[in-house]
Design a protein around this ligand. Sequence first.
Ligand SMILES: Cc1cc2nc3c(=O)[nH]c(=O)nc-3n(C[C@H](O)[C@H](O)[C@H](O)COP(=O)(O)OP(=O)(O)OC[C@H]3O[C@@H](n4cnc5c(N)ncnc54)[C@H](O)[C@@H]3O)c2cc1C
Length: 348
Amino acid sequence: METDFLLIGQGLAGTALGYRLKKSGFRIQIYDQAESNQSSRVAAGLFNPVTGRKMVKTWNADQIFPEIIPFYKELENLCEEKFLHQQSIYRPFISIEEQNEWMGNSADDSFSDYLEEIVQESQSEFLNDPFGGVKLKNCGWLDIVTMLDGMRKFFGEDLKKEWLNLEKLKFEDEFWNYEGLKAKNLIFCNGVAAHQSSYFDFLPFAPVKGEILEVKQDFSPDYIVNRGVFRVHLGDSVHRVGSTYTWHDLDHGPTERAKNELTERLAGLVNQPIEAYVSHKVGIRPATKDRKPFLGKHPDKQNVYIFDGFGAKGVSLIPYYSKIMVQYLVESTSIPQEVDIARYFNYI
Ligand SMILES: Cc1cc2nc3c(=O)[nH]c(=O)nc-3n(C[C@H](O)[C@H](O)[C@H](O)COP(=O)(O)OP(=O)(O)OC[C@H]3O[C@@H](n4cnc5c(N)ncnc54)[C@H](O)[C@@H]3O)c2cc1C
Protein backbone atom coordinates (compact mmCIF):
# COMPACT_ATOMS: atom_id res chain seq x y z
CA MET A 1 0.00 0.00 0.00
CA GLU A 2 1.21 3.52 -0.77
CA THR A 3 0.47 6.84 0.93
CA ASP A 4 1.56 10.46 0.57
CA PHE A 5 1.93 11.24 4.28
CA LEU A 6 2.54 8.93 7.21
CA LEU A 7 1.74 10.80 10.44
CA ILE A 8 2.81 9.62 13.88
CA GLY A 9 0.32 10.73 16.54
CA GLN A 10 -3.34 11.71 16.60
CA GLY A 11 -3.43 14.26 19.39
CA LEU A 12 -4.58 17.76 18.50
CA ALA A 13 -1.54 18.26 16.22
CA GLY A 14 -1.85 15.06 14.14
CA THR A 15 -5.63 15.44 13.92
CA ALA A 16 -5.52 18.98 12.54
CA LEU A 17 -2.66 18.32 10.16
CA GLY A 18 -4.08 14.99 8.97
CA TYR A 19 -7.46 16.60 8.33
CA ARG A 20 -6.02 19.50 6.35
CA LEU A 21 -3.85 17.19 4.23
CA LYS A 22 -6.79 14.89 3.53
CA LYS A 23 -8.93 17.89 2.65
CA SER A 24 -6.24 18.98 0.17
CA GLY A 25 -6.64 15.64 -1.60
CA PHE A 26 -3.65 13.72 -0.22
CA ARG A 27 -3.58 10.13 0.95
CA ILE A 28 -2.71 9.92 4.63
CA GLN A 29 -2.04 7.17 7.15
CA ILE A 30 -1.95 8.02 10.85
CA TYR A 31 -0.60 5.78 13.60
CA ASP A 32 -1.69 6.61 17.11
CA GLN A 33 -1.78 4.85 20.40
CA ALA A 34 -3.68 7.06 22.80
CA GLU A 35 -1.62 6.18 25.81
CA SER A 36 -1.98 7.64 29.26
CA ASN A 37 0.51 10.50 28.79
CA GLN A 38 -1.30 11.97 25.82
CA SER A 39 -1.44 15.66 26.53
CA SER A 40 -4.52 16.35 24.41
CA ARG A 41 -6.78 13.89 26.22
CA VAL A 42 -5.96 15.40 29.61
CA ALA A 43 -5.98 19.10 28.68
CA ALA A 44 -8.61 21.56 29.86
CA GLY A 45 -8.98 22.79 26.30
CA LEU A 46 -9.08 26.51 27.11
CA PHE A 47 -8.37 29.17 24.55
CA ASN A 48 -7.73 32.54 26.05
CA PRO A 49 -6.28 35.55 24.21
CA VAL A 50 -5.11 37.46 27.30
CA THR A 51 -2.96 35.46 29.68
CA GLY A 52 -0.27 35.53 32.33
CA ARG A 53 0.10 37.33 35.60
CA LYS A 54 0.47 40.64 33.78
CA MET A 55 -2.50 39.92 31.50
CA VAL A 56 -0.93 40.60 28.15
CA LYS A 57 -2.18 39.48 24.77
CA THR A 58 -0.93 35.98 24.13
CA TRP A 59 1.87 35.57 21.55
CA ASN A 60 0.59 36.12 17.99
CA ALA A 61 -3.01 36.47 19.26
CA ASP A 62 -4.15 38.64 16.35
CA GLN A 63 -3.02 36.00 13.84
CA ILE A 64 -3.99 32.81 15.63
CA PHE A 65 -7.34 33.77 17.19
CA PRO A 66 -9.31 34.41 13.98
CA GLU A 67 -8.58 30.79 12.92
CA ILE A 68 -9.83 29.08 16.09
CA ILE A 69 -13.62 29.27 15.90
CA PRO A 70 -14.01 28.59 12.13
CA PHE A 71 -11.62 25.62 12.29
CA TYR A 72 -13.25 23.79 15.20
CA LYS A 73 -16.74 24.59 13.84
CA GLU A 74 -15.72 22.96 10.58
CA LEU A 75 -14.67 19.84 12.49
CA GLU A 76 -17.92 19.90 14.49
CA ASN A 77 -19.90 19.86 11.24
CA LEU A 78 -17.77 17.02 9.94
CA CYS A 79 -18.21 14.91 13.09
CA GLU A 80 -21.82 16.00 13.72
CA GLU A 81 -20.92 16.53 17.35
CA LYS A 82 -20.63 19.56 19.62
CA PHE A 83 -17.24 20.12 21.21
CA LEU A 84 -16.56 23.84 20.82
CA HIS A 85 -17.84 25.84 23.81
CA GLN A 86 -17.55 29.59 23.29
CA GLN A 87 -17.67 31.19 26.72
CA SER A 88 -16.29 34.33 28.26
CA ILE A 89 -13.57 34.17 30.89
CA TYR A 90 -14.04 36.18 34.07
CA ARG A 91 -10.92 37.22 35.92
CA PRO A 92 -11.47 38.90 39.28
CA PHE A 93 -9.30 41.91 40.16
CA ILE A 94 -7.15 41.66 43.26
CA SER A 95 -7.08 45.39 43.97
CA ILE A 96 -8.68 48.70 43.09
CA GLU A 97 -5.38 49.59 41.31
CA GLU A 98 -5.83 46.65 38.98
CA GLN A 99 -9.40 47.71 38.32
CA ASN A 100 -8.11 51.19 37.36
CA GLU A 101 -5.45 49.72 35.13
CA TRP A 102 -8.09 47.72 33.24
CA MET A 103 -10.32 50.76 32.90
CA GLY A 104 -7.30 52.22 31.06
CA ASN A 105 -6.87 49.09 28.91
CA SER A 106 -10.50 49.29 27.88
CA ALA A 107 -9.69 52.48 25.95
CA ASP A 108 -6.85 50.70 24.11
CA ASP A 109 -8.01 49.62 20.64
CA SER A 110 -5.67 46.64 20.53
CA PHE A 111 -7.75 44.99 23.30
CA SER A 112 -11.13 45.67 21.70
CA ASP A 113 -11.41 42.20 20.07
CA TYR A 114 -10.89 40.50 23.42
CA LEU A 115 -12.41 42.74 26.06
CA GLU A 116 -16.09 42.10 26.77
CA GLU A 117 -16.69 44.11 29.91
CA ILE A 118 -15.06 45.62 32.99
CA VAL A 119 -17.19 44.67 35.96
CA GLN A 120 -16.82 47.01 38.93
CA GLU A 121 -18.62 45.00 41.57
CA SER A 122 -18.77 41.40 42.72
CA GLN A 123 -20.54 39.01 40.35
CA SER A 124 -21.65 36.51 42.96
CA GLU A 125 -21.54 35.76 46.66
CA PHE A 126 -19.77 32.54 45.65
CA LEU A 127 -16.84 34.36 44.08
CA ASN A 128 -13.94 36.03 45.78
CA ASP A 129 -14.13 39.19 43.62
CA PRO A 130 -14.68 42.23 45.89
CA PHE A 131 -13.23 44.60 43.25
CA GLY A 132 -15.13 43.12 40.31
CA GLY A 133 -13.10 41.84 37.38
CA VAL A 134 -12.58 41.75 33.66
CA LYS A 135 -14.66 39.64 31.28
CA LEU A 136 -12.81 38.50 28.16
CA LYS A 137 -14.46 37.49 24.91
CA ASN A 138 -13.28 35.34 21.98
CA CYS A 139 -12.52 32.65 24.57
CA GLY A 140 -13.87 29.29 25.57
CA TRP A 141 -12.94 25.66 25.78
CA LEU A 142 -12.75 22.69 23.49
CA ASP A 143 -13.99 19.28 24.58
CA ILE A 144 -10.88 17.65 23.12
CA VAL A 145 -11.74 14.03 23.89
CA THR A 146 -15.07 14.29 22.05
CA MET A 147 -13.32 15.97 19.15
CA LEU A 148 -10.53 13.37 18.92
CA ASP A 149 -13.00 10.50 19.13
CA GLY A 150 -15.20 12.12 16.46
CA MET A 151 -12.18 12.57 14.20
CA ARG A 152 -11.15 8.94 14.78
CA LYS A 153 -14.44 7.96 13.14
CA PHE A 154 -13.88 10.46 10.34
CA PHE A 155 -10.38 9.11 9.59
CA GLY A 156 -11.66 5.52 9.53
CA GLU A 157 -9.14 3.28 7.74
CA ASP A 158 -6.68 6.18 7.50
CA LEU A 159 -5.97 5.77 11.20
CA LYS A 160 -4.32 2.75 12.80
CA LYS A 161 -4.83 2.61 16.55
CA GLU A 162 -1.37 1.17 17.06
CA TRP A 163 2.04 2.16 18.29
CA LEU A 164 4.46 2.82 15.41
CA ASN A 165 7.81 1.21 16.12
CA LEU A 166 10.41 3.68 14.82
CA GLU A 167 13.04 0.92 14.63
CA LYS A 168 11.07 -0.69 11.84
CA LEU A 169 11.02 2.40 9.62
CA LYS A 170 13.31 2.07 6.61
CA PHE A 171 14.00 4.56 3.84
CA GLU A 172 14.28 2.62 0.55
CA ASP A 173 13.75 3.65 -3.07
CA GLU A 174 12.54 7.16 -2.16
CA PHE A 175 9.86 5.84 0.25
CA TRP A 176 9.58 5.42 3.99
CA ASN A 177 8.63 1.76 4.42
CA TYR A 178 6.75 0.55 7.44
CA GLU A 179 5.43 -3.00 7.60
CA GLY A 180 4.42 -3.04 3.94
CA LEU A 181 3.25 0.58 3.84
CA LYS A 182 5.19 2.89 1.50
CA ALA A 183 5.01 6.58 2.44
CA LYS A 184 6.43 9.48 0.47
CA ASN A 185 6.70 11.64 3.60
CA LEU A 186 6.90 11.06 7.32
CA ILE A 187 5.57 13.60 9.86
CA PHE A 188 6.17 13.49 13.60
CA CYS A 189 3.11 14.82 15.46
CA ASN A 190 3.77 12.70 18.49
CA GLY A 191 4.04 15.22 21.32
CA VAL A 192 6.74 14.58 23.90
CA ALA A 193 7.63 11.22 22.31
CA ALA A 194 9.39 13.09 19.46
CA HIS A 195 11.93 14.28 22.02
CA GLN A 196 12.84 10.68 22.86
CA SER A 197 13.26 9.61 19.23
CA SER A 198 16.64 9.64 17.49
CA TYR A 199 15.05 11.73 14.70
CA PHE A 200 14.34 14.87 16.69
CA ASP A 201 16.21 14.48 19.98
CA PHE A 202 18.37 17.49 19.04
CA LEU A 203 15.43 19.89 19.44
CA PRO A 204 15.22 21.70 22.79
CA PHE A 205 11.94 20.38 24.13
CA ALA A 206 11.17 21.35 27.74
CA PRO A 207 8.33 18.99 28.75
CA VAL A 208 6.03 20.25 31.49
CA LYS A 209 3.97 17.99 33.67
CA GLY A 210 0.44 19.17 34.45
CA GLU A 211 -2.18 17.88 36.86
CA ILE A 212 -5.88 18.66 36.64
CA LEU A 213 -8.96 17.88 38.74
CA GLU A 214 -12.66 17.48 38.16
CA VAL A 215 -14.75 18.47 41.16
CA LYS A 216 -18.41 18.90 42.06
CA GLN A 217 -19.60 22.32 43.19
CA ASP A 218 -23.10 23.80 42.88
CA PHE A 219 -22.11 27.28 41.73
CA SER A 220 -22.18 26.94 37.93
CA PRO A 221 -22.18 30.29 36.09
CA ASP A 222 -22.14 30.46 32.29
CA TYR A 223 -18.57 31.78 32.23
CA ILE A 224 -15.14 30.38 33.03
CA VAL A 225 -13.47 31.82 36.13
CA ASN A 226 -9.72 32.25 36.16
CA ARG A 227 -7.41 33.71 38.76
CA GLY A 228 -4.50 31.61 40.03
CA VAL A 229 -6.47 28.62 38.84
CA PHE A 230 -9.21 28.19 36.24
CA ARG A 231 -12.58 26.53 36.71
CA VAL A 232 -14.66 25.42 33.71
CA HIS A 233 -18.19 24.08 34.06
CA LEU A 234 -18.54 20.77 32.19
CA GLY A 235 -22.22 20.21 33.07
CA ASP A 236 -24.15 18.67 36.00
CA SER A 237 -22.18 20.85 38.47
CA VAL A 238 -18.91 19.14 37.52
CA HIS A 239 -16.02 21.58 37.00
CA ARG A 240 -12.55 21.13 35.59
CA VAL A 241 -9.92 22.84 37.74
CA GLY A 242 -6.30 23.31 36.77
CA SER A 243 -3.56 23.16 36.12
CA THR A 244 -0.19 22.70 37.75
CA TYR A 245 3.17 23.22 36.02
CA THR A 246 6.17 21.06 36.95
CA TRP A 247 9.44 20.79 35.04
CA HIS A 248 10.81 17.92 37.14
CA ASP A 249 9.25 14.67 38.37
CA LEU A 250 7.97 13.88 34.87
CA ASP A 251 6.58 10.47 35.75
CA HIS A 252 2.91 10.12 35.02
CA GLY A 253 1.45 9.67 38.44
CA PRO A 254 -0.97 12.08 40.13
CA THR A 255 0.36 13.64 43.34
CA GLU A 256 -1.27 14.64 46.61
CA ARG A 257 0.79 17.84 46.51
CA ALA A 258 -0.83 18.97 43.23
CA LYS A 259 -4.31 18.05 44.46
CA ASN A 260 -3.79 20.16 47.60
CA GLU A 261 -2.34 23.05 45.57
CA LEU A 262 -5.33 23.14 43.20
CA THR A 263 -7.81 22.76 46.06
CA GLU A 264 -6.25 25.69 47.93
CA ARG A 265 -6.17 27.91 44.86
CA LEU A 266 -9.80 27.08 44.11
CA ALA A 267 -10.75 28.00 47.68
CA GLY A 268 -9.18 31.42 47.05
CA LEU A 269 -11.42 31.91 44.02
CA VAL A 270 -14.76 30.20 44.74
CA ASN A 271 -16.44 30.53 48.14
CA GLN A 272 -18.06 27.14 48.18
CA PRO A 273 -16.83 23.80 49.50
CA ILE A 274 -15.97 20.99 47.08
CA GLU A 275 -18.75 18.40 47.31
CA ALA A 276 -16.72 15.62 45.73
CA TYR A 277 -13.59 14.94 43.70
CA VAL A 278 -14.57 13.31 40.40
CA SER A 279 -11.16 12.75 38.79
CA HIS A 280 -7.49 13.65 38.99
CA LYS A 281 -5.46 13.40 35.76
CA VAL A 282 -1.90 13.99 34.65
CA GLY A 283 -0.31 14.81 31.28
CA ILE A 284 2.99 16.00 29.90
CA ARG A 285 2.83 19.13 27.74
CA PRO A 286 5.14 19.06 24.70
CA ALA A 287 6.63 22.44 25.56
CA THR A 288 9.84 23.94 24.14
CA LYS A 289 12.66 26.02 25.62
CA ASP A 290 11.77 29.18 23.67
CA ARG A 291 8.01 28.53 24.05
CA LYS A 292 7.50 28.46 20.28
CA PRO A 293 6.29 25.43 18.31
CA PHE A 294 8.49 23.20 16.14
CA LEU A 295 7.57 23.14 12.45
CA GLY A 296 9.73 22.05 9.56
CA LYS A 297 11.89 19.55 7.77
CA HIS A 298 14.60 17.36 9.25
CA PRO A 299 18.05 18.71 8.26
CA ASP A 300 19.43 15.34 6.97
CA LYS A 301 16.72 12.72 6.70
CA GLN A 302 14.84 12.80 3.45
CA ASN A 303 11.15 13.81 3.56
CA VAL A 304 10.92 13.77 7.35
CA TYR A 305 9.01 16.60 9.06
CA ILE A 306 7.85 17.66 12.49
CA PHE A 307 4.69 19.45 13.68
CA ASP A 308 4.99 19.60 17.45
CA GLY A 309 5.99 21.65 20.49
CA PHE A 310 2.62 23.32 21.16
CA GLY A 311 3.22 23.42 24.90
CA ALA A 312 0.31 24.73 26.99
CA LYS A 313 -1.54 26.33 24.07
CA GLY A 314 -2.23 23.63 21.50
CA VAL A 315 -5.93 24.50 21.19
CA SER A 316 -5.25 28.07 20.07
CA LEU A 317 -2.01 27.55 18.12
CA ILE A 318 -2.81 24.43 16.11
CA PRO A 319 -5.61 25.74 13.82
CA TYR A 320 -3.33 28.51 12.50
CA TYR A 321 -0.05 26.60 12.39
CA SER A 322 -1.58 23.50 10.75
CA LYS A 323 -2.62 25.81 7.91
CA ILE A 324 0.93 27.22 7.67
CA MET A 325 2.39 23.69 7.71
CA VAL A 326 0.10 22.40 4.96
CA GLN A 327 0.85 25.44 2.77
CA TYR A 328 4.54 24.71 3.28
CA LEU A 329 4.17 21.02 2.42
CA VAL A 330 1.89 21.54 -0.55
CA GLU A 331 2.82 24.93 -2.00
CA SER A 332 6.41 25.20 -0.70
CA THR A 333 5.66 28.51 1.04
CA SER A 334 8.07 29.39 3.82
CA ILE A 335 7.56 28.70 7.52
CA PRO A 336 7.84 31.79 9.76
CA GLN A 337 11.38 31.85 11.18
CA GLU A 338 10.32 31.95 14.83
CA VAL A 339 8.64 28.51 14.55
CA ASP A 340 10.87 26.89 11.90
CA ILE A 341 13.12 24.21 13.43
CA ALA A 342 15.91 25.58 11.24
CA ARG A 343 16.45 28.08 14.09
CA TYR A 344 18.27 25.24 15.87
CA PHE A 345 20.33 23.79 13.05
CA ASN A 346 23.45 25.71 14.13
CA TYR A 347 23.39 23.84 17.44
CA ILE A 348 23.45 20.29 16.03
C1 LIG B 1 -2.91 19.29 32.51
C2 LIG B 1 -2.88 19.92 31.15
C3 LIG B 1 -3.73 20.97 30.87
C4 LIG B 1 -3.69 21.57 29.61
N1 LIG B 1 -4.58 22.56 29.36
C5 LIG B 1 -4.58 23.15 28.12
C6 LIG B 1 -5.51 24.15 27.81
O1 LIG B 1 -6.38 24.52 28.62
N2 LIG B 1 -5.46 24.73 26.57
C7 LIG B 1 -4.53 24.34 25.64
O2 LIG B 1 -4.52 24.89 24.53
N3 LIG B 1 -3.65 23.37 25.91
C8 LIG B 1 -3.64 22.77 27.12
N4 LIG B 1 -2.74 21.78 27.39
C9 LIG B 1 -1.71 21.48 26.37
C10 LIG B 1 -2.26 20.65 25.23
O3 LIG B 1 -2.66 19.43 25.76
C11 LIG B 1 -1.16 20.46 24.15
O4 LIG B 1 -0.74 21.71 23.64
C12 LIG B 1 -1.65 19.65 22.96
O5 LIG B 1 -2.67 18.76 23.33
C13 LIG B 1 -0.52 18.88 22.32
O6 LIG B 1 -1.04 18.04 21.31
P1 LIG B 1 -0.10 17.07 20.48
O7 LIG B 1 -0.96 16.43 19.46
O8 LIG B 1 1.11 17.82 20.01
O9 LIG B 1 0.46 15.99 21.53
P2 LIG B 1 -0.29 14.78 22.27
O10 LIG B 1 -1.64 15.17 22.67
O11 LIG B 1 0.63 14.30 23.33
O12 LIG B 1 -0.43 13.67 21.15
C14 LIG B 1 0.63 12.85 20.71
C15 LIG B 1 0.06 11.49 20.36
O13 LIG B 1 1.07 10.71 19.70
C16 LIG B 1 1.01 9.38 20.18
N5 LIG B 1 2.28 8.73 19.89
C17 LIG B 1 3.52 9.09 20.29
N6 LIG B 1 4.44 8.27 19.75
C18 LIG B 1 3.76 7.35 19.03
C19 LIG B 1 4.15 6.21 18.24
N7 LIG B 1 5.45 5.88 18.08
N8 LIG B 1 3.18 5.47 17.64
C20 LIG B 1 1.86 5.81 17.77
N9 LIG B 1 1.43 6.88 18.50
C21 LIG B 1 2.37 7.64 19.11
C22 LIG B 1 0.71 9.57 21.67
O14 LIG B 1 0.26 8.40 22.28
C23 LIG B 1 -0.36 10.65 21.58
O15 LIG B 1 -1.59 10.03 21.34
C24 LIG B 1 -2.77 21.13 28.62
C25 LIG B 1 -1.94 20.04 28.91
C26 LIG B 1 -1.99 19.44 30.15
C27 LIG B 1 -1.09 18.28 30.42
